[in-house]
Design a protein around this ligand. Structure first.
Ligand code: FAD
Length: 413
């Protein structure tokens, strides 16, 4: 492997940095009050306040216009993903989170589309007429999407879905509840995974179909957000589907075959989350090294104390290990035909756990300051804590790793 950072990556990162200076910094000033105080970030119902919504919307639109929002998306959907393979994607994500950790995570300023919202690879399965209808809005950042897979009784155990779709002429009628769905309270459409053949689903062989369902006021509704980890509001929501009638032209991919579609999307998400974690941990360590050099106790900077040095060193060695794992896995995704299931699970589990332990040490080194809202460390720590659950919990990743090992996939190269 060549570990040199390609020139194109450096150029892209530098142009995103300029974009932040030019477009985001003024927005951060205009919306300072909302972006820096949970009481104004959310409204009384726990949803983004009007001003927060304006700020986030503008970031999306400006980023799409500047060519960043769709940069990793498939060209078939109008993205420029052919210019950036998984290795470049991982390097760019890492660099962005190292530079803008707090802006991206604590202030929800998100310049790049996700597999759950944006030109998700899942959308490649849309029929041409449905593509014509929704892709322009998604490309411009105007249309928000969400990925509706999990349910109250189906998180890790996806085959236990209860949402059903029943055929009625050219339509399908959907009933059920989706839970923990990121950005559902703000989305225009949901990608909903529903049982269309209960027998196949019971045998865990298929029977799940993905539908593009528009939110409305009666049949596909999400009108509140679930607050997590002490926030006064949130991004995840519960979707209620009550006799939602969806024309068959809005089926995404093949009938009964959406389990694989879901996993393909999630696998891609695992790699980018891991890269974000590596960058975020570096963001925190950079801040902490500065602090360790500045803050004095007992007449010397705290970086002179061996206990602090050990914590700094532990952060560095964990970041180094996770970073190389992520790049190696990205290289495998890029160069090998088969998706490296074991490695994707290893990087997701390791990088998310690593970021939280790095953040925790960084807060410890900051003493009382580490707990304040001022530095953003505690907000980012909460983000890091969250990452161990979505896209498959750490335990589920370990389950996949062990299953692959037992099947004979014991290679580490
Ligand atoms: C912030 C956030 C955002 C999310 N966004 C989305 C989204 O956009 N779309 C979406 O569809 N879902 C989303 N989810 C849902 C997420 O994927 C699930 O929460 C996750 O898969 C875990 O499911 P669960 O919460 O039902 O936990 P459970 O599956 O009930 O698991 C509970 C505990 O048991 C453990 N466990 C379960 N089964 C096993 C096993 N076989 N072996 C070992 N341990 C096991 C788990 O690791 C966990 O510790 C989101 C969740 C969160 C928290």
């Amino acid at each position: 492997m060549d570990f040199k950072i390609p020139e194109e990556v450096k150029e892209v990162v530098s142009s995103i940095e300029k974009f932040f200076e030019r477009e985001i910094e003024p927005l951060k000033k205009t919306y300072h009050k909302q972006l820096n105080n949970g009481r104004y970030f959310y409204d009384e119902n726990g949803l983004y306040s009007k001003q927060t919504m304006d700020a986030i919307r503008q970031v999306r639109l400006k980023s799409a216009e500047a060519g960043f929002f769709n940069m990793f998306a498939d060209p078939e959907l109008g993205g420029t993903g052919d210019e950036f393979g998984p290795v470049k994607m991982a390097l760019i994500h890492e660099a962005l989170y190292r530079k803008f950790g707090q802006d991206l995570l604590a202030q929800h300023i998100f310049p790049i589309g996700l597999f759950t919202d944006g030109l998700s690879p899942v959308l490649k399965g849309l029929k041409p007429e449905a593509k014509d209808e929704i892709l322009p809005g998604v490309q411009s950042g105007e249309t928000w999407l969400c990925f509706g897979l999990s349910e109250p009784d189906a998180g890790s155990d996806i085959w236990n879905l209860k949402t059903k779709a029943v055929k009625d002429g050219e339509h399908w009628v959907l009933n059920g509840t989706k839970q923990w769905i990121s950005y559902a309270p703000y989305s225009h459409y949901a990608m909903i995974f529903a049982i269309t053949d209960p027998e196949l689903a019971q045998q865990r062989k298929g029977g799940i179909t993905c539908f593009l369902v528009p939110f409305d006021e009666d049949t596909c509704v999400c009108d509140s957000a679930v607050s997590l980890l002490g926030e006064l509001g949130g991004e995840v929501g519960i979707i209620t589907l009550e006799n939602a009638r969806v024309h068959e032209k809005y089926i995404i991919g093949d009938l009964h075959q959406a389990y694989k579609t879901a996993l393909d999307g999630i696998n891609l998400g695992r790699l980018s989350v891991a890269a974000n974690c590596v960058g975020t941990a570096q963001w925190a360590l950079d801040k902490t090294i500065d602090y360790a050099n500045e803050r004095k106790t007992f007449g010397v900077s705290i970086g002179n104390h061996q206990a602090v040095q050990m914590m700094l060193a532990d952060c560095a060695l964990e970041i180094y290990a996770a970073r190389n794992m992520v790049l190696h896995c990205a290289w495998k995704v890029e160069n090998e035909k088969k998706s490296p299931l074991k490695e994707l699970s290893m990087v997701k589990a390791h990088a998310t756990e690593m970021t939280q332990s790095v953040l925790d040490r960084c807060m410890q080194i900051h003493g009382g300051m580490g707990l304040t809202n001022e530095l953003g460390l505690e907000q980012v720590w909460r983000w890091a804590r969250e990452q161990r659950i979505p896209d498959g919990t750490t335990e589920m990743q370990k389950r996949t790793i062990a299953k692959q090992l037992l099947k004979g996939d014991t290679s580490f190269s």
